[in-house]
Design a protein around this ligand. Sequence first.
Ligand code: NAP
Length: 362
Amino acid sequence: MTSKRGWRISSLFGGSSEKKGNNKMANVNRQWILVKRPVGDIKPGDLELQENPMPVPGDGQALVRNIYLSLDPTNRIWMSDMDQYMPPVEVGDVMRGGTLGVVEVSNSDAVQVGDIVLGGMGWEDYFVAPGEMLNALPKDTGIPLTGFLSGIGMTGLTAYFGLLDIGQPKEGETLVVSAAAGAVGSIVGQIGKIKGCHVVGIAGSDDKCAWITKDLGFDAAINYKTENVLERLGTLCPNGIDIYFENVGGEILDAVLTHLNKFARVPLCGLISQYNSTDPVPGPYMFQNFLMKSALLKGFIVVDYLDRWQEGLMELGTWHAEGKLQYKVDVHQGLENAPEVVKKLFTGDHDGKLLIQISPEP
Ligand SMILES: NC(=O)c1ccc[n+]([C@@H]2O[C@H](COP(=O)([O-])OP(=O)(O)OC[C@H]3O[C@@H](n4cnc5c(N)ncnc54)[C@H](OP(=O)(O)O)[C@@H]3O)[C@@H](O)[C@H]2O)c1
């Protein structure tokens, strides 16, 4: 189901048969190359913007112009050579990253010129791939293109499967989510409300806390930078915590584990507080509570649910259309800015799903 360049999800989106286009193309393809594995934070010189020749599509292939690049915390994992869920980006290779683009030339029956496709996996202007490895988006959905890289895309699916499949929320239960105003966390909390949970979000600013409570309907929020998380959880979760959707790790994880209920579930989605660590990270001090509370901890990667993505996208899209699910995008201009912008994920200095616009929408 995978290719060197991306994930094949053809079952979600139909293809079409019109062939060949004749768009004018630039003759240079800018590509960010990983030239050095970062130590700690990403630094100037870890990546290099190179101008390479335009790729030329062969038989059965299509040329795609990237429009949006998704910036994700996992980009930092891929830059490292730690043991991880897919091979790291090799030094000297194009930096990996999910993209949405438009087909400019097609020598394939699977996609036609003008199709908007997912399936790009590089920090670059253009790429070539077999047509059947591209996933043409449905037309006239009313969803902005950026939505397919955020709430009605991989981000939404991460929240959906992690919470529903592992968290198993039930009406009246208490759900806590960290990085709660972020791309995944904000969707988790809203699905928790749809399922009738008491939802408490943990986020890094008063503005973020206000957004998730006032606009998204979370019951309460904790600013972990200014409040005592352990104490506030005790106050805001008087019946204990049944589900903890884990995005960050570290001290926040220990504070939540302290308040776990019997048979609690902890979907382990991410551990962003440690992605830039240069030293070994200590385990959670309250790990014992998984034993004491007969609690479940389960890590997952969204692609584990590849065969159920259609189900997830349909339900997310329906909730969105019904006005029950909102998402925010924070779009920055210019491929050349990707290495600086991606660092915002680790400072929290962004407002919604972080994207780079590489080229104009058609
Ligand atoms: N398992 C999967 O398949 C999968 C898929 C997608 C994402 N993820 C994981 O989900 C998590 C959220 O990803 P996202 O794409 O939605 O990004 P995001 O939440 O939009 O952005 C990351 C946020 O993490 C918070 N953060 C950064 N450093 C932190 C620290 N040291 N302590 C506490 N919070 C910190 C910041 O929010 P504040 O301003 O609130 O601090 C920042 O805005 C990440 O751990 C990511 O790796 C997993």
